[in-house]
Design a protein around this ligand. Structure first.
Ligand SMILES: Cc1cc2nc3c(=O)[nH]c(=O)nc-3n(C[C@H](O)[C@H](O)[C@H](O)COP(=O)(O)O)c2cc1C
Length: 332
């Protein structure tokens, strides 16, 4: 798939997820074969104001791998300056969030609220495009519409493309749906049909395995698929989809030993790249993610979430994974 000048070999993207898709998470997914990762959404305001917390999340992928930075806001000059900052740290693309349903975001008339203001959304794309070099594509991620009566994704996407967006990602739920119901494949198909063929449309929502990936591709005609929740503790899905995209056989679900190795790698990356004050908080998540569906997972989750010390969380999690039969196939 081509996103403007950027070539992406595997048509599978990791969805931006706040408090999830940090550098360790993105790295594990990249090493498993995902085509491209994108940071969580970052407030353009916070970036431009120099807020350390936001700036630190704009981390380049390891090994010079391409990555996207996602920003949100509604002021043209602020978004433009934030985009310049993303390019300065090496972003391969700048994605603009026009899909976030969170109250605090739409109260500021950002995120999915912009779907009600297509003219401003176009101005935003133009302003960000002007701020970044030609070689850095500007892309947008949005929803099916604001609510059931305003499912304007196809027209909205076309307006953004006219303004210069080089890729459109559609999560097929409306803002009012939040995460309820299903991602509507028909809406994504209508966006694909409406947008000029040279601009990739990425389908998003509820892809959790090879079957739902194939359904998304076949029923929408989308050029690539973006996966969020389905990747939690399951970077192996990217291994399968990368193999399929190369015409190879699906290596199938991981063994328990592979899950343990992925947990080791993920937590090792946390210890290496996350500041020590956040180790305890960040180490709890992979324990829950990689154990999900395995025997004793609930007890492990309760145990690690009751701990405060990073070394204890690591030891408890490691003991759990080591006690599992290594050749067992897990159920996902
Ligand atoms: C914990 C969490 C955080 C999210 N944060 C973001 C975000 O920062 N930017 C964004 O565009 N979407 C965000 N999303 C939405 C996802 O990118 C994606 O559109 C949604 O989860 C549907 O895809 P999925 O069914 O594959 O998870 C978030 C979703 C979750 C569950």
């Amino acid at each position: 798939m081509r996103i403007g000048p950027l070539e992406v070999a595997v048509p599978v993207l990791l969805a931006p997820m706040a408090a999830v898709t940090d550098l360790p998470f993105r790295t594990v997914c990249e090493e498993s074969g995902v085509g491209l990762t994108i940071t969580e959404f970052l407030s353009a305001h916070a970036l431009v104001a120099g807020a350390r917390k936001a700036i630190d999340k704009m981390t380049p992928s390891l090994g010079g791998r391409p990555f996207g930075v996602q920003i949100f806001g509604r002021e043209l000059d602020v978004l433009a300056r934030a985009a310049e900052m993303a390019v300065a740290v090496g972003a391969s693309l700048v994605d603009i969030n026009m899909g976030c349903p969170a109250k605090r975001v739409v109260a500021g008339e950002c995120g999915s609220a912009l779907m009600k203001e297509p003219a401003l959304a176009q101005e935003i794309v133009r302003a960000v495009r002007r701020a970044v070099p030609e070689g850095v594509p500007v892309t947008v991620k949005h929803r099916a519409g604001w609510d059931d009566r305003h499912r304007n994704a196809p027209e909205f996407a076309c307006a953004l493309v006219e303004a210069g967006a080089k890729m459109i990602t559609v999560h097929g739920r409306t803002r009012t749906q939040g995460f309820a119901g299903k991602s509507d494949l028909d809406t994504i198909r209508r966006v694909r049909d409406a947008v000029p063929a040279h601009v990739p449309v990425v389908g998003n929502g509820d892809v959790i395995d090879v079957t739902s990936y194939r359904r998304m591709r076949d029923e929408t005609g989308c050029d690539a698929v973006m996966i969020g929740r389905g990747a939690l503790g399951n970077p192996f899905l990217f291994r399968s989809l990368a193999a399929l995209s190369r015409g190879e056989a699906d290596p199938g679900p991981p063994t328990v030993a592979e899950r343990r190795a992925a947990w080791e790698r993920h937590t090792g990356l946390i210890m290496q790249h996350v500041p020590a004050v956040r180790h305890a908080t960040e180490l709890k998540k992979p324990a829950a993610w990689y154990a999900k569906g395995l025997l004793g997972a609930n007890a492990l989750r309760l145990a690690v979430f009751s701990l405060r010390d990073a070394a204890e969380i690591l030891a408890t999690s490691r003991a759990y994974f080591l006690a599992l039969a290594p050749d067992a196939r897990s159920c996902n």
